[in-house]
Structures are given as C-alpha cells and as structure tokens.
Design a protein around this ligand. Sequence first.
Ligand code: UT7
Length: 323
Amino acid sequence: MIRSVIVGSGSYLPKNIVTNDDLAKTLDTSDEWIIQRTGIKQRHIADEGETTADLGEKAARAALKDANVDVADIDLIILATSTPDNTFPATSVNIQHRLGMKHGAAFDMQAVCSGFVFALTTADQYIRCGQARRILVIGAETFSRILDWDDRTTCVLFGDGAGAVVIESQEGVGVTADRGILSSHLRSDGSHKEKLFVDGGPSSTGTVGHLRMQGREVFKHAVGMITDVITAAFDATGLDVADIDWFVPHQANKRIIDATARKLNIPSQKVVLTVDMHGNTSAASIPLALAAAVDDRRIKKGDIILLEAMGGGFTWGSVLLRW
Ligand code: UT7
C-alpha cells in the first residue's frame, strides 16, 4: 500500500514582530485582554512589499533542505493560501518559477484556516493514486493585508508567516504502524459564510476587502466541529487519544485549543502551541507549528501526529499521520 510520508519541513516568519503593547499604542486594547482571550503575545507582520510568495518560497526552500530533496525531484506544488499575491496567476506558480522548476505543476488551494489540512489531504490523494511521487505542500499567508487595522475585534488575532512540508511516496503495509498519512477527513458548510468572511473580491466588489468575523459565533462552533473530525480519524484508524504523541492544531486561539484538548482528554504536554508567538497565521499555522516542534526535537520519526483545523466557510478537517 502506498503511503504519503512527510520527509521534511520548514518555515519562515517575517522579521518584524508586533507585540500586544505595540498594538495598544494605536488601538483601544491591552496586552492583558489579548492574552486572556486568545493566548496571543505577539505576531510577525510582513514588511511593505514582502508578499505571500516571498514567505512561501523561503519556507519551501527550508523544507526541501530539511528533506534533502532537490526541486528536480518534486512533481507538484500545492500552496494553501487565502492571501495570494495576485487574483491570478496562482501564487504557487510564481513560487514554482522562483524555485527554478519548469516541470510538473503547481496550484493554489483556498480553504482559509483549514487550507493546509485540505492541501495535505489533496497531496495524499495524488501520491496514493500514483500521480506524483514527491509533493511540496506549503501554507503561506499575509493576513495583515486583509485586516481592518481599526477593528480591534479582529486585527489583534492574526499574523503573517509560512510553513511547508515535502511528502513522498513510500511503500507501507496498510497498518497503523506504517509511516505516513493514516487518515484524513475534510468537511465544509457554506451556511456559515457570514460568520467569517472577507467583504470584497474580484467578482463581487472588485476590491480585496477586509476580514469580518463574529468571533463568538465561530468559537461556538469550533470545538464541536474539530471534535467531529478527530473522532472520525480515530474511528477510521482504530487509534485513540492514548496513541497520540503530538496534537498539532490550527493555532487560532489558545482557549479553543485548550477546550478541544480537554474535551478529548489530550494532555497539555502533548499539545504543540505556537499561537502565543505567531498569532493566527491561517493556512500557515499548522506547518509553522510542525516545523517548530521538529526543530526543537519534540517530533521524532515514528511519532503519531494529529492535525486539525477549522476556519472560514466554515471548513474543517483532520489528518492523522505517523511521522
Ligand atoms: O481560525 C479560525 C478563525 N477564528 C477563530 O477561531 C476565532 C474564534 N473566536 C475567538 O477567538 C473569540 O471569540 C475572540 C478572541 C475573537 C473574542 O473573545 P470573546 O471572549 O468571544 O469576546 P467578545 O467578542 O464576546 O467580546 C467581549 C468584549 C466586548 O466588549 P463588551 O461588548 O463586552 O463591552 C468587545 O468589544 O471584549 C471587547 N473586545 C476587546 N477589548 C479589548 C473585543 N476585542 C477586543 C480587544 N481588546 N482587542
């Protein structure tokens, strides 16, 4: 049985760090409020002229290096982003060009904060169908460009960044002892559009627009939806909470992560948390968190990793894998 194994990871964060106190200089907010409600202490914000392709390219190069894979051996690039450089062409194609890759293909995928889980799941299908042997999966965002910096209910929550992984086709046996992606579950429900959306777009307003969110409404649905896809992952594999080495959730809000972990009895020592340092980087948050936990040697070969995300759409999903 063919398995999609993650063989390398990498990330990149813009140099510019903005603390909660920095925000409080121009906004009616405080470090105390932001930490208490979200767990966020700081976020990285892209410099003027620094785009999603810039961040994505750097993360991609880091992942290729970590995997010890040459770009000549990559068949496909999938970039999860909701903040592309241009309406078209796809930002992934720009990254493909910058990496010097003329073969294969690249495309963008848009599932907002669930983007990386959707992209990884899609990449897994390409690998298991034999259409690709090695795929670069990137999550890269510059949410700072779509924030309303006068709206304290949203602008304090997000940050910019990028993370990437290289996945490779390897022979497995068809059991959970195999390395690679063991299960993935994707969901969406468009009836929740008004709760989290951007109020602009090429076909509606002809503008880029700004992020709008009914935070409390999103919060209300988040834990239930996340639990649904995690339960589906356990049902599909026969694994359960005790088997999980690392829980790497989308980093939207520490309270949501804590509530999910509590509901599923996942001990806090097994939760990889970066929301304090990065804020919510949407599709970039999971690969950024993975790269952080690989860099500090928490995640090791053979570990069972549970990924989950929920975001605009609503979209939500989980991936259970052995590293
Ligand atoms: O990636 C997925 C997308 N997003 C999420 O998952 C976010 C989900 N939601 C949340 O994380 C939380 O709902 C928020 C962090 C957005 C807000 O926390 P909350 O506990 O739900 O607060 P709230 O919206 O009910 O607001 C409470 C109060 C309000 O004041 P009043 O009406 O009680 O006087 C807000 O105006 O806090 C006020 N407030 C702020 N105060 C200081 C809202 N934003 C701020 C702020 N600083 N930045």
